[in-house]
Design a protein around this ligand. Structure first.
Ligand SMILES: Nc1ncnc2c1ncn2[C@@H]1O[C@H](COP(=O)(O)OP(=O)(O)OP(=O)(O)O)[C@@H](O)[C@H]1O
Ligand SMILES: [Mg+2]
Length: 150
């Protein structure tokens, strides 16, 4: 059975680094409708930034011609953030998610590590030359949604 969406936002932006901050504050504003701790909010912001940075840096190879889609959904028991690009795609997803794995020697290879440690679930769907979708889920404790609907 599908879960009922209590709130949802969709945003599309071009693939320039300035938009990492835009995505971050957009998701923070949405998540603020929940009764989250500041720590949870910070974790959601970092995970979102990492996924959006990856879409821009890796998905679109730092070229501004790409479109990144961001979908934020509040459910009764969770917040779900989807970051979608139509870029180069990931050849080997389990390998890409390994700590310290990177295809860019100037980077740390820690983005997926942060996403996985800060969120309850990280799903990655990707196809070479077709793009990547990262689905980040954080489960809410207790009456998380109460504030959003009152
Ligand atoms: N949206 C994407 N499109 C294409 N490749 C990606 C995408 N996201 C991640 N990758 C691949 O997965 C690898 C690991 O990503 P991860 O975020 O863990 O590390 P990183 O981006 O290389 O370094 P850091 O996040 O520490 O700056 C990347 O180096 C890249 O090869
Ligand atoms: Mg990264």
């Amino acid at each position: 059975m599908d879960k009922i969406v209590r709130n949802q936002i969709k945003l599309e932006f071009i693939s320039i680094p300035e938009n990492v901050g835009l995505a971050r504050i957009t998701i923070a504003a949405l998540a603020s409708q929940l009764d989250l701790t500041l720590n949870d909010l910070e974790e959601i912001k970092v995970a979102t930034s990492e996924a959006v940075s990856n879409a821009i840096i890796h998905g679109y190879r730092n070229k501004p011609a790409g479109i990144v889609k961001l979908i934020g959904s509040l459910y009764e028991d969770s917040i779900v953030i989807e970051v979608i690009d139509e870029g180069v795609g990931i050849a080997d997803i389990p390998q890409a998610m390994q700590p310290a794995f990177t295809t860019d020697p100037e980077r740390m290879g820690l983005g997926f590590v942060f996403m996985q440690s800060f969120m309850d679930e990280v799903k990655v769907e990707s196809e070479i030359n077709n793009g990547t979708r990262v689905i980040l889920t954080k489960k809410l404790e207790g009456a998380g949604i109460q504030k959003a609907v009152s």
